[in-house]
Design a protein around this ligand. Structure first.
Ligand code: PPS
Ligand code: ADP
Length: 207
């Protein structure tokens, strides 16, 4: 396992074209839309719907999905607390690069621990870290169970499953919280509308 400490004798290399130049080219502001919530709460669905809406408005976004990244960049990580922390740390750093490239980077990870999410937020100096809490009840997520994982977790086949026998720490001050309305889950298009309106109102869809 390589050391995570910073190496000695390394220097920052500046380049003549910076984030502002790229944002001008794209006519948008680079940022991170960080979606957190239980498995089955609708993170990936929201990420894809926001991505499609932005695309149709001519805005460049890129989705970093926890499940997908665990097939490559993070395939050496499991679900112990320190592995989840390293997963979130890496995705935070990658998201920072995408935001620096001028893109609207949408992340979709359970990211269950507050401390790990706050460490990601701290990577961003301005308001360009936008946390979205998918506040869906465990009962709904478990009833959906599209991958059958809750069933396996309840049966004790999967240990340390978020919401069952591993904690989920809800955000205390997310920029956007999405929950049930009158006991019903709003359609993805409505949820995505809230996110895209936030981006519009906060100036991210123009440079
Ligand atoms: N033990 C355990 N706990 C939670 N989730 C589990 C577990 N084992 C496998 N899975 C599947 O992995 C997906 C979550 O990966 P993430 O990278 O988002 O997780 S984390 O942020 O590091 O907690 C998650 O995907 P989503 O359902 O899309 O959230 C699950 O399909
Ligand atoms: N707003 C919604 N209304 C109804 N069903 C939804 C909604 N969002 C997601 N779903 C469904 O719930 C399941 C889990 O959604 P998904 O986006 O995969 O969640 P997550 O990425 O958080 O695990 C999927 O079957 C999806 O079609």
């Amino acid at each position: 396992m390589p050391s995570l400490r910073m190496s000695a004798n390394i220097f920052w290399q500046d380049c003549p074209i910076g984030k502002l130049d790229r944002q001008k080219l794209l006519n948008q502001k680079g940022c991170v839309v960080w979606i957190t919530g239980l498995s089955g709460s609708g993170k990936s669905t929201l990420a894809c719907t926001v991505g499609r809406d932005l695309h149709s408005r001519g805005k460049l976004s890129y989705i970093l999905d926890g499940d997908n990244l665990r097939h490559g960049l993070n395939k050496d990580l499991g679900f112990k607390a320190e592995d989840r922390a390293e997963n979130i740390r890496r995705v935070g750093e990658v998201a920072k690069l995408f935001a620096d490239a001028g893109l609207i980077c949408i992340t979709s990870l359970i990211s269950p621990y507050r401390r790990d999410r706050e460490a990601c937020r701290a990577l961003f100096s301005d308001a360009s870290f936008i946390e979205i809490f998918m506040n869906m009840p465990l009962e709904l997520c478990e009833a959906r169970d599209p991958k059958g994982l809750y069933k396996l977790a309840r049966a004790g086949v999967i240990k340390g499953f978020t919401g069952i026998d591993d904690p989920y720490e809800p955000p205390l001050d997310s920029e956007i919280e999405i929950g049930l309305k009158d006991g019903i889950c709003p359609p993805p298009s409505e949820m995505a509308g809230v996110v895209v309106s936030y981006l519009e109102e906060n100036g991210f869809l123009h440079e």
